[in-house]
Design a protein around this ligand. Sequence first.
Ligand SMILES: Cc1cc2nc3c(=O)[nH]c(=O)nc-3n(C[C@H](O)[C@H](O)[C@H](O)COP(=O)(O)OP(=O)(O)OC[C@H]3O[C@@H](n4cnc5c(N)ncnc54)[C@H](O)[C@@H]3O)c2cc1C
Length: 455
Amino acid sequence: MNHETDSQQSDSQQTDSQQTGSQQTDFQQTSSGQADSRRTRDDDRSLVVVIGAGAIGTSIACRLIREHERVLLVDPLAPGNGTSFGNAGHISTESIFPLASPATIRDVPKLMFGKNAPLHLRREYFWQIAPWLLRFAWASRPSRFRAGVKAMQSLLARARDAMEELCADERLAELLHTRGHMVLAESKRSWRELENRRRLLERHGIESIWLDAVDTMAHAPFLREDFTGALFFPNSGHIGDPHGLCARLHERFADAGGESLRSRIHSIEPLDAGGFVLTGSSGKVAARKLVLAAGAWSAPLARQLGLVMPLETERGYHLTATGVGSISGVPVESQDRKTIMTPMDMGLRITGFVEFGGLDLPGNPQRWAELRRHFGELAPAVQAESFREWMGFRPSLPDHLPVIGEAPANPDAICAFGHQHLGLTLSAVTAEIVADLAAGRKTPIDLTPFRPDRF
Ligand SMILES: Cc1cc2nc3c(=O)[nH]c(=O)nc-3n(C[C@H](O)[C@H](O)[C@H](O)COP(=O)(O)OP(=O)(O)OC[C@H]3O[C@@H](n4cnc5c(N)ncnc54)[C@H](O)[C@@H]3O)c2cc1C
């Protein structure tokens, strides 16, 4: 078996200064790499710039190009090569309980030190993450948690329909599967936890059904055969290729006349007359409006809009078994292992872990070894030609709610980042909201809990 490590996003991997898309932006660069600012300001008065081409940014760009004359998507990487590359693909509409919760605080010892512990803190990152962890603990108090549930429900109630609408063309529809997902319990304790979760979710109107052993296997034939049952969520779904989703959204955006630029933006300068000049590795761009959707890398740019964001990353890992032939079924979450196994177009993927280690430390090989063990124990009959290893950076705020809204100091700048474990799930609904904001329409969802200046 081969191992190909595919850990994402280091500066050395980035291909700056290339342009993609159906059209080239027409801002002019002088030989020194500086744009001719008079020309950019004259010509780009109508330009809406989206910074970041992950699931959030590509979905937003696709929505915006329907109603704006010119939209430019900027990223140093090709679309979908950030965290959106390797997620579990789960459209997790039932995840209404923010992780910032009394239950998480209570379970920290088990989450960090138990068998199959999913939570890891890199020792060398302790002092950097400590303030964020304190804020997370404070945001986990019961009153904030209850408010967080209400806020997440308001977004997630629309998430699946929004995704179906976003994927409503042939190219994209084949990636979206709306057959639900299921959760396995392998110990008495986790059966009890699962039953509690079922009851709590039922109170919030989320439907789930107990499956017997036969139905469990029918929904996920790749599993080992002795599972006695599972909890099934019929209204969730999955994307068969999360990276492919971004790539195809980008194709659609380009077909509709959207423009793309490979550039890492490092400065945002608001202009007195309105609009912005953005400076990046490919020079300057003038914009009438901008959308900041740079995932876990958004904080330094938000600061230039007057927003100090306690944005951290919860690193997560995947292992994708390729060469496994055709594998069908729904995503399988394990209550004991805190992993998700998803049948995907390119193979069978298992994801897991929350690791606090910032954006620069390399991945920990032990995490991939643990995923290999889980994989072998859950699906022992699946023979893989190779396993692809990957690590990504979930963008997370301490209250575990995303940031969606206009920057108070400059309503022409719209923030859309911090979608933590749910960026794929919430990408289409976030795009709808941003399109409303950019057009000056009232949003159907109350954005108060997600406002950028809440910290
Ligand atoms: C292991 C794992 C499993 C997951 N499973 C799921 C799941 O099943 N379901 C779900 O809903 N979510 C899941 N998630 C979370 C989800 O993947 C993220 O929330 C989502 O990918 C975030 O999308 P994004 O577009 O905000 O960020 P990204 O995909 O990271 O995109 C940000 C982009 O911004 C670009 N960028 C950065 N800095 C700059 C700059 N200065 N200028 C221009 N561009 C810049 C980056 O290159 C990148 O392409 C998972 C995450 C992990 C790690």
